[in-house]
Design a protein. Structure first.
Lengths: 197, 207
């Protein structure tokens, strides 16, 4: 259990208790409760699917890869040690499955295999905010360096904590925060240059 | 330090509770001192809001996806492999058994049979000369060739090599010549005749 003493601006000091409910579910699964895994699927299938969907082009492929990821998680959950959060562990499996899928389908979709494993092939959602503004945001995200783009997407689109982002991006939590800062700063610079007459 | 603090601005704006207490205090101190940083924080907050407003696009039938996952994984919960718990006791038992076998086993039976002789494919070396001394070997004494029996030669060799097993009685002493007095007339006559008939040095060189 992590206890973070947080002081919000304009608010009195308060203690925020952060727990990982997935750990309790995983423990029940290890104890032999099969239904606990169904609960895990319901909690994370959307997040996994959207994460995978940024790597593959078609919704149907994203569903296949999501299924593969959960099958792997089902086999490995009994040995999960809890060094990372269940969600980041699950997302890591999903990213690996997506990269494997891209490698296996390289000939079908040659442009989808990233040079860097951290590069997301199809990062931005299809329909974007406000048409033109959405297109600007999408173009700006595409110009980010791979690490900054990954950190920004995991944080903004997948709602991961910086600790989970760090686990997935294979860096320290502080590095994830710094990368996030420079990703936002660079996006603002790109968008500011685009807005300039 | 100031740069390190500014690099935490976006994290502060997006997740203040995820900063350590000292990090949070440093960022807030900077925000109080730098109006430009405050406006940057507001711009960051607005941009992150825009990004989160981006629609996610299409989505699958979640119920169908859940069912397909459930069908794929099956109903049996895989058990964690716990064989390692028996690894150490098993190894200890096997080691003890091996030691017991080595201790109780008759070492005579453990000797391996001699390997078959290896046939060397090489030319046979010439046999050494036989260590046999001919009985009529000429012996030189004071520049004179004398006939000495092989037993006497063996005794001389033994003395020269300090071989204590040699028969000392077979050797005529060269320092004590009293043995000459034991010769009878016939022996002396034979010796004188031998000396008269001995080849001279010139004759020996010619031969």
């Amino acid at each position: 259990m992590d206890v973070l003493a947080a002081t919000l601006p304009g608010l009195p000091s308060l203690a925020i208790v952060s727990t990982d409910p997935d750990l309790e579910i995983a423990e029940r699964f290890r104890a032999g409760e099969r239904a606990a895994f169904d609960q895990l699927v319901r909690r994370h299938q959307k997040g996994v699917w959207y994460l995978v969907r940024r790597y593959v082009k078609r919704d149907a492929d994203a569903s296949d890869v999501t299924q593969q990821a959960f099958v792997r998680a089902f086999r490995g959950l009994a040995a999960f040690r809890g060094a990372a959060s269940v969600r980041s562990w699950l997302y890591r499996i999903a990213i690996n499955c997506a990269l494997t899928w891209l490698r296996d389908h390289r000939r079908e979709e040659p442009t989808e295999l990233p040079e860097d494993a951290l590069v997301v092939a199809n990062p931005a959602p299809e329909r974007l905010l406000g048409g033109e503004r959405g297109a600007q945001l999408r173009a700006a995200i595409a110009q980010l360096p791979p690490k900054q783009k990954l950190v920004l997407e995991l944080r903004v689109f997948d709602d991961l904590s910086f600790r989970e982002v760090a686990e997935l991006a294979d860096c320290s939590e502080n590095t994830a925060k710094v990368n996030f800062h420079y990703a936002v700063k660079r996006l603002r610079d790109i968008l500011g240059a685009a807005d300039a007459p | 330090m100031r740069r390190d603090t500014d690099e935490l601005l976006a994290a502060y704006v997006d997740g203040v509770t995820e900063l350590a207490a000292d990090e949070r205090r440093r960022v807030e101190a900077r925000l109080g001192d730098a109006p430009a940083l405050r406006s940057e924080a507001e711009a960051t907050r607005a941009l992150l809001g825009e990004l989160r407003e981006l629609p996610r696009g299409g989505e699958p039938d979640w119920s169908a996806l859940e069912r397909s996952i459930g069908d794929a994984v099956g109903t049996d919960v895989p058990r964690r492999w716990r064989g390692w718990r028996w690894l150490v006791p098993g190894l200890a038992l096997a080691t003890a058994g091996a030691v017991a076998v080595l201790v109780l086993h008759d070492p005579g039976e453990m000797t391996t049979p001699a390997p078959d002789p290896v046939i060397a494919h090489e030319h046979a070396k010439p046999a050494p000369a036989p260590d046999v001394v001919p009985s009529d070997l000429p012996f030189w004494l004071d520049g004179q060739a004398v006939e000495v029996e092989s037993e006497v030669l063996d005794a001389i060799d033994a003395e020269l090599t300090d071989d204590t097993t040699a028969d000392d009685d077979a050797l005529l002493s060269t320092s004590d010549l009293e043995w000459i007095d034991s010769l009878d007339d016939a022996d002396l006559e034979r010796a004188e005749r031998w000396l008269d008939e001995r080849p001279t040095r010139k004759q020996r060189k010619k031969s």
